[in-house]
Write a protein that binds this ligand. Structure first.
Ligand SMILES: Cc1ncc(C[n+]2csc(CCOP(=O)(O)OP(=O)(O)O)c2C)c(N)n1
Length: 663
């Protein structure tokens, strides 16, 4: 048993800090932070491989607090483990500009490995994190079982996390692939906001996880209602030896050891009040009259955890040296993963006037990009359709699979869009790999919460969405995206790129890789003529067709509608009317350009925007006197030709509207 008196006092101190911080803020979530303080202490002091003096140590284990509302659990633990998070930071819990916001924020607070709060995201993202670590060990160290490249991912998840559908998708995937370096502690406290969680969520979690193929065990409380820390400690050791992911269903009581409020849902999301806080502090062996107290033994914990961290990193450094001697060539490749270099690739160039769907062009580009060792990803059971059945990217089949390849880089996600997106976030969070996640654009809605988190954390995940409009045809309105483009464009920090043709598609991929930011590339199902050469996609929008005389009207279009705009401009010109065509593959990149550039392209003439999707956001570009040709309703099961005509997305209609506008 490793849990000492120092641990006990530190855990009690952490619980006291959580109580005081929530009380000082006047709001927050004390119950779980108080109850699970011993669990966090056990992890941070004895199980996690981490070094508080070097939070960026690439060999560290990851800890994900999936139930992000219990943020004080993490903040208190980080402080008491010696991370750069001061007592004053804890005193500013939930205050503006503090390092201790309501929910943990990645990139904002030292030691926070991902932004959590939307329940279920943490556990699903952790599956991707764990896979990335396993996969790197698989690929770059033949002795992967004992490789220093393999680290563990620990998660604390709540009833809410496991109720969310995404946890099922992700856990099923983790079980299938025996992602054995993933260890989830499920806080089985039977409480959620509406009261007893069993009233809404009553399945046998251990059986459920065993059915997924996990190593799943239950740990009961001790007879006096405490968390059985000794048993948990043993189960964590066993988990690391398991050849499967592990779930430990840990029986706890929310707010324990509060004398009057233990087990009460009221402690989930509200301060417990001064009297109960004082009583709970007494039960914790703390001075009820002292706030934010850190006894000497808790300071001793800080020293011990920091020393342990330094030693762990030292021995890791030696293991890495031994690995470099053992596998000099692989080690060199491994270390170079941090430098993404596309300069030696020959990105395909497509000849004018050939016909190719942008999803197919994208696949040709990806065949070349697969030479980048960083490229990993896959589709939610639509690999061929999405253009990501990349022949040069071997499929990952996992450990002990009858199918073989362990070092593969293309994942068959099955029909699990939401988990796929979170999984890719996890890869981007925990490794230098560059993940992509593919499906039909319409099903981006199934992934939206994870796309939002990718954008919020500014992760370089690329979402590949094919079948971009009514142009997909007979599959009908359930499959025809309408509002999805503007929904994605309304997501801050996400670049949405809808290329007009194959060459714009190639240029888009190059720009996506160079930018290292979240992006969605939107691709056509149907063939499109190649109409651009060397397009300025990186500027977001550019003049594709300039009439002989000063333009009287400006046509802005994206994707499959750009060809219609070009044809319309040519026809107008033959009628003595002059139209410029602006291809606008990425409005976010265009908005970043200097004002002079944007004005040079769009100012000075009335504008018509043409896009086979909802018109809502286009008025920003065409102004109130401009016209938007879009799709104002759901499509229908019919040929693309019929549908484009039905919605007025034709050369003839553009010509007519332009004439009306000029009249
Ligand atoms: C996706 C999502 N839905 C709803 C919420 C609001 N919410 C926060 S915590 C919670 C449930 C609390 O129960 P549990 O997960 O068991 O946490 P505990 O009370 O044990 O801390 C809910 C519904 C959320 N954060 N995320």
């Amino acid at each position: 048993m490793t849990y000492t008196n120092v641990d006990q006092v530190t855990a009690n101190t952490a619980a006291g800090l959580a109580l005081d911080a929530v009380e000082a803020a006047g709001h927050g979530h004390p119950g779980t932070a108080v109850a699970l303080a011993p669990v966090a202490q056990l992890l941070f002091a004895h199980h996690l491989k981490h070094n508080p003096s070097n939070q960026d140590w690439s060999g560290r284990d990851r800890f994900v607090l999936s139930c992000g509302h219990a943020s004080m659990l993490l903040y208190a633990q980080l402080h008491l483990s010696g991370y750069q998070l001061s007592l004053d930071d804890l005193k500013n819990f939930r205050k503006a500009e503090s390092l201790t916001p309501g929910h943990p924020e990645y990139g904002h607070t030292v030691g926070v490995e991902m932004t959590t709060g939307p329940l279920g995201q943490g556990i699903a993202t952790a599956v991707g994190m764990a896979w990335a670590q396993l996969s790197l060990a698989d690929r770059f160290d033949p002795d992967y079982e004992n490789s220093p490249l393999k680290s563990y991912v620990y998660v604390i998840a709540s009833d809410g996390d496991l109720s969310e559908g995404i946890s099922s998708e992700a856990s099923s995937f983790a079980g299938l692939h025996k992602i054995s370096n993933l260890i989830v502690i499920y806080d089985d406290n039977e409480i959620s906001i509406d009261g007893n969680a069993k009233a809404s969520f009553n399945e046998d979690i251990v059986s459920r996880y065993r059915a997924y193929g996990w190593h799943a065990v239950g740990v009961n409380q001790t007879s006096d209602g405490k968390i059985d820390i000794q048993k948990l400690d043993q189960e964590l050791v066993a988990a690391r030896k398991s050849d499967r992911p592990t779930l430990i269903a840990l029986r706890t009581s929310i707010a324990y050891p509060s004398p009057n409020m233990t087990g009460m849902a009221a402690t989930h999301g509200s301060p417990m009040g001064t009297a109960e806080v004082a009583a709970t502090k007494l039960a914790l062996g703390l001075n009820p009259d002292e706030f934010f107290q850190v006894p000497a033994l808790a300071m001793e914990n800080k020293r011990q955890v920091m020393n342990r961290g330094a030693e762990l990193q030292q021995s890791y450094d030696q293991e890495i040296l031994a690995y470099q001697n053992r596998q000099p060539s692989l080690a060199k490749q491994f270390h170079q993963l941090g430098n993404l270099d596309i300069s030696s690739l020959s990105i395909p160039v497509f000849s004018l006037d050939t016909q190719i769907a942008t999803r197919k062009a994208s696949q040709q580009v990806l065949e070349e990009l697969a030479k980048l060792p960083q490229l990993v990803g896959g589709s939610a059971d639509l690999s061929e359709s999405n253009g990501v059945a990349i022949k040069s990217l071997p499929i990952y089949h996992g450990v002990n699979s009858e199918f073989g390849d362990l070092a593969g880089r293309r994942l068959l996600f099955g029909v699990r869009e939401h988990a796929m997106a979170a999984f890719c976030n996890g890869i981007a969070l925990s490794s230098p790999l560059r993940p992509f996640a593919a499906t039909f654009l319409i099903f981006s809605d199934y992934m939206k919460p994870s796309i939002r988190l990718a954008a919020l954390m500014n992760l370089p995940v690329t979402f590949v969405f094919s079948h971009d409009s009514i142009g997909l045809g007979e599959d009908g309105p359930t499959h025809q995206p309408v509002e999805q483009l503007w929904s994605l464009r309304a997501t801050p920090s996400l670049s949405v790129i809808r290329p007009a043709d194959a060459n714009e598609t190639a240029a888009a991929w190059v720009e996506i890789l160079n930018r290292n930011q979240p992006a969605a590339i939107i691709l056509s199902r149907q063939n499109l003529p190649v109409i651009t050469e060397n397009p300025s996609v990186r500027n977001g929008a550019y003049v594709l067709y300039e009439p002989k005389k000063s333009p009287q009207v400006i046509l802005i279009a994206t994707g499959s509608e750009v060809q219609l705009a070009v044809n319309a401009a040519k026809e107008l010109e033959s009628n003595g009317l002059y139209a410029r065509v602006v291809s606008a593959p990425c409005l976010e990149w265009f908005d970043e350009q200097p004002r002079e550039y944007r004005d040079a392209i769009l100012a000075g003439a009335p504008k018509i925007a043409i896009e086979a999707g909802s018109p809502v956001g286009w008025y920003k570009y065409v102004g109130s006197d401009g016209v938007v040709l879009g799709v104002n309703n759901y499509g229908a099961s019919a040929t693309p030709k019929y549908l484009f005509e039905k919605f007025g997305l034709t050369t003839e209609n553009i010509v007519q509207i332009a004439k009306q506008l000029l009249d």
